[in-house]
Design a protein around this ligand. Sequence first.
Ligand code: PEP
Ligand code: MN
Length: 338
Amino acid sequence: MIIVMRPDATDAQIQAVDERLKELKLAANVSRGTERTVIGAIGDDRKVLTETLEALPGVERVIRILKPYKIVARESHDRDTTIRVGDAVIGGKTVQIIGGPCSVETPEQMDSAAAAVREAGCRLMRGGAFKPRTSPYTFQGLGEKGLELLVNAARKHKLPVVTELMDVRQLDTFMKYDVDVIQIGTRNMQNFDLLKEVGRVDKPVILKRGMAATISEWLMSAEYIAAGGNHKIIFCERGVRSFETAYRNMLDVTAVPVLKRETHLPVIIDPSHAGGKAWMVPALARAAIAAGADGLLVEMHPKPSEAWCDADQALTPEELAALVKTLRAIAAVLGRDL
Ligand code: PEP
Ligand code: MN
C-alpha cells in the first residue's frame, strides 16, 4: 500500500508512520517529493486495516495496491478453473445450462420437469426446496421433502442437482441427500457465517450476486468460501436493483467480462430472476452467452401457469428447448459447444 502524507506533515509524523509499518512487519520506502512525502509499504498488507494508518497524524490517505481477494483472483491462477459436476464440466469449452422449476412442488411436476430439462439438452437441474420468499405468507418450499423429490426426479433422468441453501442448519440435510451443487442466493451473498460453512464442504457452490452488491464485494464473498478450503465456486449474475421498474432486476452483462478478468472461476447468468418475465428470458440468455458466460441458470416449469412460485418468469419445456438450440449456435460462433 501507499501512504500519502499531508503537505504539512512533520518529520516526526513521517517517522511515526515508518515505525508503525515496521511493527506491522512491512518494509517502508519513504520518498520525499517537493510537495509531499509518500511512503510505500512493502509486503502482504491484506490483513492491515487502512483506517488505523489513516488515523495517524499527518496521514492524508492510504491506497491499497494489492487486491483484497487472493485465492479467487486471476492473478493467483492464470488459467480458467473448471468444475466437474457429474458428467458436466462448468467453466470449460462447453456452455452449461441448468434448467428447472423455481420450486419443487410435486413428484409429477418434478418428473416431467426433469424429463423436459434432459430433452432440451441441459446437463444439470435446478429446483428450490427451501425458498427465500419476500412474504412469510407465501409458499416457503417443501423443505427436506423437496430435496428428496428433486434428487429422485433428477437421478432418474441422470441429472446432477442445484438447490439453494438458506441456513447453516440445513447443511447436514443437503449432505445427506448428496446435493451436487449448493446455491447461495442473492439475499445471502453476505451471510458470512453461511459462506464459511460452505467453504468447509467438498461441494461446488453457485454464489449469486447480492442484489445491491458491487463486483468487489461479490469477489470478497467468494474469497470467504475459498478461504475455508472450497475453491469450487461459480459466480452467478442475476440482475441488480436499479431505478427501473419495467423489469424485475437489471441484468449486469458487463459483470461477465469484468469477472472473467478478475477471477479464474466460472461465471454463469440467471436471466429468469433478472427479467422476471418469461418473454424476456431468451433475449437475456442470448446476450449472456454472447458476452462469454459459462452457462445459465434458467427457470422452466412443465405448466408455468400452475407454478407455485415465479410462474410469470418460467419458460415452458418447448421454449427451453428452442432457446437451447439458439444458444448452441451462439456458442459455436465463439468456438464453444453446448
Ligand atoms: C432462485 O434461484 O430460486 C432464487 C431465489 O434466486 P435469487 O437468489 O437470485 O433471487
Ligand atoms: Mn425463482
